[in-house]
Design a protein around this ligand. Sequence first.
Ligand code: ZN
Length: 214
Amino acid sequence: MSVVLLLSTALLLTSCGSLEDVDPTPACPPGVGRGIWDLGFLEGKDAGPGSTEARKLLENPNFGATPQAAGDLEEGIVDQRLIATLRVLTKERRICVETFKEGHYFLPGVPDGPLIPEGYGKAGGLPNTHYYGRAADVWWVDGKPVEGNATDPDVLEVGRILAGIPPEMRPDQIIGPPRWATALGYGRERGWVLAPGQLELHEDHIHIGYMDKE
Ligand SMILES: [Zn+2]
């Protein structure tokens, strides 16, 4: 006689309690919000070229946008390379975009046009990448304002991630606070705009742009 022992294994569904450390703080500070997008857009009703990528970005809790910036994404105004770059950044950092096109002003009270206005440093007369939806201004990283935190490790990390993007996809207009640019130490060939006049105009945000059309 043989005794068959049925050994039952108890499946221990262990909840190790280590759900990924998700920081619940929104990517944009209180009062800035992450934008109000219409549900039609989220449901894909307006699915135009590339809108899926824009939608994925808007749905990422690491991405925050002001209503004007979210609106540009919804309307398909934002360059696909820029959306791809923001998706790379938001894999590792929380990013809040203040402006793409809508609401961007080089000179207070003067509506932006295709060219950077004369009087805006040496860049005056050059194409305005914001106007074409090819630039983003990032004002907050991981909930911290760029202003006053130029050498904060998380803010510097944004520069390092940008530098790690393959050259053919990397933005060619990367401008930030002077101390940020100095600490990173990258050269022009990696997309850094190092003209002192330009850096001084970016004490409070990081500008990420593409000079040429896709
Ligand atoms: Zn800008």
